[in-house]
Design a protein around this ligand. Structure first.
Ligand code: FMN
Length: 396
């Protein structure tokens, strides 16, 4: 990693001491570290320690004439290959999300044209506060990468998410961000279905489910990051299309099937969508009116199975993967589904666990004809990254 340069912004949190160890690890790996220490950060670590470990001058004051003469804040923000914020305090995240530029750290974050990696660190209530979560989502949408926060005991005595990732984990994230990303899926086409389907009962009523689409969107994004051309066939969700992904928006299961088949040929199909098993026999064209009589019975008819249709079709993608969201006997149902649907892998997830449906974490098992691989509970983004990596290994 010689000649790679990191601009390290150290914010004002208890975890600032870990930035010293991060600096040491980066220097040991041959990465140049240029530190920016905020005024609050300097309450927790001294500029002297940081400068000694970084073997560079510590920048802190936006209006320091010497700094501006030597290197202006704009130049500083572009002087590295990667900007790392550790600890990323609630305050720094809020400033960056709002585009504020009242000090050197926030000005640098606004002026940089380089990738930004943040390691959030704060009290659990600060992390879970709606404002911080809003800023987190905004920053992710703006292209900022994150490592952590971890869950665990905090310096303030509370327990939960918000603890800064360990220096070794941040170091690994920095090294991957600095390394040219391998793109083993270049030239491959992947179809990913995501989100719920909506089955109309009449023009205003519908049958649907609680799927948020987060896992499917994360997989589409992760496959695209590995170089795949991705068609994301999505039911209605509140999510933005991931960068570089072609999104086809649909409502019903029939529309989702048609769009998936229209996207063929493909090398990979990952069916993550929560497709309605049944739909009303026919949606009436006018709103059903409430009368004194009991409501008309809702007659349902089975929807076609998109996973099975793709897996058993004449233009079968080489690797067909289904998701099985279950509330009980998860692995047994997944084994049966694998055989019945003729797909290669089933990613079984237990949606009875807290936060699976609509949440940001998932506990999954990869069920193949040869056996089951159980993954620990992790963020949906991480499930997506690992699964995409496995797909790449299988396909290439
Ligand atoms: C003892 C102490 C510990 C603090 N720890 C944190 C922390 O871990 N995370 C955080 O977001 N803010 C923390 N704060 C509050 C920040 O220091 C404060 O919001 C500051 O303005 C952040 O400045 P920055 O934008 O330079 O990081 C702490 C404050 C004190 C007094």
């Amino acid at each position: 990693m010689d000649h790679k340069r990191v601009l390290l912004i150290v914010g004002g949190g208890i975890a600032a001491y870990k930035a010293l160890e991060l600096t040491r690890l980066l220097r040991k790996a041959g990465v140049a570290v240029r530190p920016v220490l905020t005024a609050a950060g300097a309450q927790f670590v001294t500029p002297l320690s940081l400068a000694a470990l970084a073997e560079d001058k510590v920048y802190g004051d936006l209006f320091s004439l010497t700094d501006e003469a030597e290197m202006g804040h704009i130049e500083l923000s572009r002087s590295a290959d990667l900007v790392v914020v550790a600890p990323a305090t609630a305050d720094l995240m809020a400033k960056a999300a709002q585009g504020l530029a009242g000090d050197l750290a926030s000005t640098t974050l606004l002026a940089t044209d380089k990738p930004v990696l943040m390691a959030p660190a704060m009290n659990v209530r600060m992390w879970t506060h709606a404002a911080t979560q809003r800023n987190f989502v905004t920053l992710k949408r703006d292209g900022v990468s994150f490592v952590g926060p971890d869950e665990g005991a905090m310096a303030c005595g509370e327990y939960g998410p918000g603890r800064m990732a360990e220096p070794e984990a941040i170091f690994q994230a920095v090294m991957s961000a600095l390394a040219p990303a391998p793109r083993p899926l270049v030239g491959r086409h992947a179809i990913v279905t995501a989100g719920p389907t909506v089955e109309a009962i009449d023009p205003v009523r519908m049958l649907t489910n609680r799927s948020s689409g987060k896992q499917g969107y994360a997989i589409a994004e992760a496959l695209a990051a590995l170089g795949a051309e991705v068609t994301l066939v999505s039911g209605p969700t509140a999510l933005n299309a991931p960068p570089g992904v072609k999104r086809v928006q649909v409502e019903s299961a029939l529309e989702m099937l048609a769009a998936s088949e229209a996207a063929l040929p493909a090398d990979i199909a990952v069916c993550v969508a929560a497709v309605a098993d049944w739909r009303p026999v026919s949606a009436v064209e006018r709103k059903m009116k409430k009368g004194r009589a009991s409501p008309a019975p809702l007659t349902l008819v089975e929807n076609p199975d998109i996973l099975e249709t793709l897996a058993k079709g004449a233009r079968r993608p080489r690797l067909v993967i289904g998701f099985a969201a279950e509330t009980h006997d998860v692995e047994a149902h997944a084994q049966a589904k694998l055989v019945r649907k003729g797909c290669d892998w089933i990613v079984a997830n237990d949606v009875s666990l807290d936060g699976a449906m609509g949440g940001d974490a998932n506990t999954v098992a990869i069920v193949k004809a040869g056996g089951i691989e159980r993954w620990e509970r992790m963020a949906k983004d991480e499930v997506a990254r690992r699964l995409s990596q496995r797909i790449a290994e299988e396909i290439s």
